[in-house]
Design a protein around this ligand. Structure first.
Ligand SMILES: Cc1cc2nc3c(=O)[nH]c(=O)nc-3n(C[C@H](O)[C@H](O)[C@H](O)COP(=O)(O)OP(=O)(O)OC[C@H]3O[C@@H](n4cnc5c(N)ncnc54)[C@H](O)[C@@H]3O)c2cc1C
Length: 742
């Protein structure tokens, strides 16, 4: 008895300690996540450009699989135990987060499209709304990535093929089935699929095969996800160098005799009297029954519009950094392309590279690029002029304007080459002239995110049916199960139903097998184990189903009389495990949801504060900035007192501190001569931010309490598996003698 007590005490203490340490680590991570989110908001990198993931907080169980699965860093983070978008602008639409989420809580979306005038109105087949036979594919539709472009190209070729087949017009040799504009991955895939389907197709390309990939820096590693390239097969590797990918595409084009008209600039479209398209280009006019426009979104490079820009030393892309050595180079821009070019050039012998960026800091950069550029600046390999604009370009130097407002100054720096990465002028006017609408009213409504189903309904239904079947079995043999252990020995059904033989043993074997299946979810979920069979959502369903059924099977195995043996304790552990699993799966999400909701409100208050105070800063010397910092300090102190005692103390003293701070702000504001109504609005906002922070902190306490399920779930699982193994080994060793005694 004392042994059991001591062991229990040690176990409880051990679990409590580990749970506490883990909880503290999670608090720290949440704090870091919140700070990162504030930074992202300040820099504007929180807002996505195109698609971005939207976690459904009512479903998210905070497992972090999405964070680990995302190939771009920092898009998602777990905050308050749930996935939250932090750097939305870093999302390029891989969609792995949505695919890997075990509970289907993430959807990729464009968000609210009602105001967007940069996305074409297309049918699900990529056909321009109101223009039959005119299709768009690839990045021009708003979706980036090579894999997506290929998928779009294939879908368009199939839709065009359907249209050709369903038409009763007799084909003539001078009319193409499909004219494709753009030889990037979308156009190429479209042409290959068209060839496979027996269509007559031609690609019109203003430059050369490869699209945007051709302008990647030399040897840049391209990340793709496995995708089927028609007539070639699967591109199975996840990374290719730019050169490998282009070589592969050139080979496919040669092998399948894909017709590409290079140096052919597409200029517009018309309809011929018989409904075909007249496709205008710098190399003449073609007639086609269908057109696929796959011209990407980069359009023509945006120019700076400064004196001397027409000089031959100015370029708008960089192919090969290695051919530049011992040069004085200016790179203009602050996006990933500019940073990659500047870093590539700075690595070459003897180059002096200066980066000119018009903003005060980088935003929307990939995390890796951001880290690398700051490292290069720190190490002196690269000079970066923030808040700078080029004024003129001359033969041996460039003139730049530095700073803003009163601090403006003009500098001249020696220079041999200028690379401009100021984005592109989107090809939207050309598309509009072809009949593509960008009117949000023409776009089919986006699928409502709340409509997503829950696969667990099926799982629970199946578990219920099987559990009922076992219950039916037990009721049918109720006359045996109602007997005492001693009476059972003489019963006729004993050999069939006892744990160690017949069906009782079969139930045990089924239970152990289900536990093994249940545990296989863990390696599948682990980002470090490359075991990719089936989707994680199916594995999660299998995890839930096998857990419940294992409990049912083990109850039947125990013949409804679990003893104080290792097996009996394993059964108790399994029951506890199922209970903690249910808490985690269904109840855990509610509280963090509330905490994240509060955080969003705090963010909203901060944004309003920033709006209000930015106006003052234009006139008064950084007063608004000071107020914001003051309030942020107040909010932070309300949130992150990690010890219980400190939190109670904060509750007691918080109101007084809040009043004191607000009085001071008010006094200062009056001295600065700010309008009375502005000051009262500020004080209301400050009070609201502080109160939201306090409530969020309380949710955090509650969440920590509920979050304990996770640790219990893990540790009880470990204990239960150990007990099951001991039970099986002992049963195998001692057979039925064991059944009666231990
Ligand atoms: C720096 C950088 C790195 C990237 N890295 C990756 C990565 O690692 N993995 C990944 O999956 N994606 C990456 N992408 C995105 C990827 O390159 C694009 O999503 C993809 O190339 C889009 O393919 P597309 O065929 O739609 O368009 P594009 O590749 O842009 O091709 C469009 C083609 O149309 C031609 N064209 C345009 N206008 C006309 C006209 N008027 N007449 C005739 N032809 C015209 C262009 O010359 C071009 O060849 C990256 C993009 C950039 C900029």
């Amino acid at each position: 008895m004392t042994w059991a007590l001591l062991i229990t005490l040690v176990l409880v203490l051990g679990i409590a300690l580990v749970a506490l340490i883990a909880q503290r680590a999670e608090l720290r991570r949440t704090h870091e996540g919140l700070e990162e989110r504030s930074r992202a908001r300040e820099r504007g990198s929180h807002a996505a450009r195109l698609q971005y993931p939207v976690p459904d907080l009512a479903k998210c169980i905070g497992c972090g699989t999405c964070v680990a699965a995302c190939p771009e860093e920092g898009v998602l983070q777990v905050i308050h135990g749930q996935a939250v978008v932090v750097h939305g602008a870093r999302c390029v639409g891989h969609g792995v987060c949505a695919k890997e989420c075990p509970v289907g809580a993430i959807a990729l979306t464009f968000g609210d499209l009602t105001e967007r005038r940069d996305l074409p109105a297309l049918t699900p087949d990529f056909e321009a709304v109101g223009s039959p036979g005119l299709y768009l594919a690839g990045e021009v539709t708003g979706f980036s990535l090579i894999r997506t472009a290929i998928t779009h190209g294939v879908a368009v070729a199939r839709a065009a093929s359907e249209r050709v087949r369903s038409s009763d017009v007799t084909p003539t040799s001078d009319v193409l089935d499909l004219a494709i504009v753009g030889a990037g991955p979308a156009g190429l895939a479209c042409a290959l699929e068209a060839k496979r389907l027996g269509l007559r197709a031609v690609i019109l390309e203003q430059e050369r095969l490869g699209g945007t990939v051709t302008s990647y820096p030399r040897r840049k590693l391209v990340m793709t996800q496995p995708v089927e390239l028609p007539l070639h097969g699967k591109l199975t590797r996840t990374t290719y160098s730019k050169e490998e990918l282009l070589e592969l595409w050139e080979e496919v084009v040669r092998e399948h005799e894909i017709e590409i008209l290079t140096q052919c600039n597409f200029t517009g479209l018309d309809r011929s009297p018989d409904g075909n398209f007249l496709v205008y280009s710098s190399r003449g006019t073609l007639e086609a029954r269908n057109v696929c426009i796959a011209i990407g979104r980069r359009g023509t490079p945006r120019k700076l519009g400064v004196r001397g820009e027409e000089s031959s030393k100015v370029a708008y892309s960089l192919m090969d950094a290695q051919s530049y050595t011992n040069r004085r180079i200016l790179v203009v821009g602050g996006g990933d392309s500019a940073i990659e070019a500047a870093l590539g050039l700075a690595e070459q012998t003897g180059n002096q590279v200066t980066l000119s960026y018009r903003r005060a800091h980088f935003n929307r950069l990939k995390l890796r690029n951001e880290e690398r550029v700051h490292e290069a600046i720190r190490a002196g390999h690269l000079e970066c002029l923030f808040e700078s604009q080029v004024r003129s370009i001359e033969s041996g130097e460039v003139e730049l304007e530095l700073g803003v407002g009163d601090t403006l100054q003009v500098v001249r720096i020696p220079n041999d080459d200028v690379f401009v990465f100021a984005g592109g002028l989107a090809p939207f006017p050309l598309l509009e002239s072809c009949g593509v609408s960008f009117d949000p009213a023409d776009r089919p409504p986006a699928e409502a995110l709340s409509d997503r189903g829950n696969s667990l309904v099926k799982v629970l239904g199946a578990a219920l049916i099987l559990a009922l079947a076992v219950l039916g079995w037990i009721v049918a043999y109720g006359s045996y199960y109602d007997l005492s252990p001693a009476q059972r020995l003489g019963a006729e059904a004993h050999d069939l139903l006892r744990p160690g033989g017949g069906l009782g043993l079969a139930f045990g074997i089924v239970g152990a097998s289900l536990i093994a299946i249940n545990l296989a979810y863990l390696p599948r979920r682990s980002p470090s184990i490359r075991f990719q069979l089936g989707s994680l959502q199916h594995w999660m369903s299998a995890h839930v189903l096998s857990g419940i059924l294992a409990l049912v099977a083990v109850i039947a195995h125990s013949a409804l009389q679990p003893k104080h043996t290792v097996g009996g304790h394993a059964l108790a552990g399994l029951a506890f495990l199922v209970a903690t699993g249910a808490i985690g799966r269904y109840f855990y999400s509610f509280v963090p949801h509330a905490a994240n909701g509060r955080e969003l409100q705090i963010d909203e208050v901060r944004a309003r504060l920033a709006g209000l105070t930015a106006e003052w800063d234009r006139e008064k010397s950084h007063f608004g900035d000071r107020v914001r910092r003051e309030i942020d300090r107040l909010v932070q102190s309300g949130q992150w007192k990690s010890g219980l005692f400190q939190r109670v103390l904060l509750l007691v003293t918080g109101e007084r501190r809040l009043r004191r701070t607000l009085r001071r702000i008010e006094r200062d504001a009056v001295q600065e001569g700010l309008a009375g109504d502005q000051v009262s609005e500020l004080l209301v906002l400050a009070r609201r931010a502080y109160r939201e922070a306090l409530v969020a902190a309380h949710f955090e306490d509650l969440r920590s309490l509920i979050a304990s399920w996770r640790y219990f779930h893990r540790w009880v699982a470990l204990l239960m598996v150990a007990l099951v193994v001991i039970h099986i080994v002992t049963a195998l060793q001692y057979g039925s003698a064991f059944e009666g005694g231990n």
